[in-house]
Structures are given as structure tokens and as C-alpha cells.
Design a protein around this ligand. Sequence first.
Ligand SMILES: [Fe+2]
Length: 292
Amino acid sequence: MPVHITSRRNGFFAEIEGVDIARGVDTSALREIEKALDCYAVLLFRGQSLDQAQHIAFGRQLGPLEVSLLAARDGRDLSIAKEISDISNVEPDGTVTAVGDRRRMTALGNRLWHTDSSFMKVPAKYSLLYGRNVPKRGGNTEFADMRAAYDALSKTMKGRLTNLVVDHSIVHSRAVIGFAYNEKELAARPPAEQRLVRFLPGSGRMTLYLASHASSIRGMPVPEGRMLLMELTEHAVQRRFVHSHRWQPGDLVVWDNRATMHRSTASDPNEIRDLHRVTVTDYASSLDQPLE
Ligand SMILES: [Fe+2]
């Protein structure tokens, strides 16, 4: 199947046409998609019609999949496969999740800039987010190009950051918005260490690896490290590095978590926003990957 790639931005975010993912993606199209991910970091496939099995099957073509953290949640919707993260405000009975519900509270953390699963030893490589039912207004997903953000740093700053190691924890990012996990949840969410600067073998580019989960820098007093992380984040999310995706039902957006940060924007809490995510895991911790 011939793949058509259009980027309306300079080297970041592209729309892919000519691919009907539900029918299966052949090897040559898959190679084109992987090359486009290396180049543009975020890809949009419009007008897709995917059930869970088709969504999962496409994810598997891109690599091994994560099992969703939400799969262990009490009272979760058992009709949702364990490889699917239910990024929705919909309860199993079809009603909108109530304001104040714990699930809604922890999901609010997705409004902070982050990269998926950086708090796990082996973090996410790609995320595939599928829009099933999207709000009329708001609820965008915004992406920051962390390669461009890295490139724009001074030579001195790049040198200072090269070998730094950062602690990432979802407990930290949720504490920022005032959400506390219970003891059982805390035990299931230990922190992980990741490199602050990473090398992307597919493009040969360097990238800043940051997230709201990043809490401290190894070898630095916590306030020193945290200020540096906050300043770097502020630098990386300048509008010149950001693309804001306005959802349409049937959109599948696939991004490289190593090269980007993302966040959702606010929408009417009484309006349904129903997205499913399949997550491709990386092959190793960023600490165990080469820097060139
Ligand atoms: Fe996310």
C-alpha cells in the first residue's frame, strides 16, 4: 500500500494517508511508518475504524506491548483488554466519571507535560492513542519536540546535561497536583532512573528526556536538581516547539516517547472524552542505551 506523508511543520508532526490500519499494515508500509516516526516523532492517521484487537495488532507490529497499569485497578471495565490503557472519563455503565472520583483525579495528571512510563525501568517507546469519542471543544493533546528543544540549548548547557541521571516517579507527578496514592498503590509504583539526555538511533539526533514524573537529579541537592528540571521543561514547552492536536473521532496518533513530551488540555468535565492507548515498550532502560 502506498503511504503518503505530509508534514505541515518543520520536521515535527506528520499526517499519514493511504493506510487502513484495520485491514493490516504490510511490511513496506510499516517500514515507511517507522522511518516517519524517526523523522517527525508524531504521526496522525485520520479516519481509522479500529476495534481493540486491531489497535493491539498494529501496536505489536511496532514492538512488544506494555500491560496497562490500569489493568490492576479495582472495578475496572473488564471488557477492555489488558494491553489497552483506558484514557477516558467513561465508567463501565456508560456514565461520565464523577468529579472527585480517584480515577478522574489521577487522570488529571495527564494535563502535566510528560512522556509515557518514564517512571518504569524500561519506559515506553511509542504510544498509539485512538480517539473513540472526543469533546466538541478542548481536550487536545499537545506535543513538544524534545529534539528541537535540545538543539536550541547552548553548547555549555548541553555539556552540563550530557551524563545526568534523573529520578522519575508517578507518585511525584501526582503529588504535584495534590493526589496521594494509598500504600498498596505506592508499593506498585517504585521510582526509576533515566538519562536526562538521550540518543535516538533512528535519526542520529539527541533529545531531552523530561517529564512531570522527574523529581530529582542524581548527585545534586533536590532543590538544585528540581529547579534545573523545571527550567528545562519551561524551555522545552515554548510554543515554537509545540504542536497542539485537535481530536476528531477516528484519529489515531502515534508518537515516539523518547523524542517528545505531551499533555492533554482541559475540556468540559461533563462531556465524554474516550481514548484508548496501546503502548510499545522500549528494549531497555535509557541508562542501558548508548549515548551515540
Ligand atoms: Fe501520556
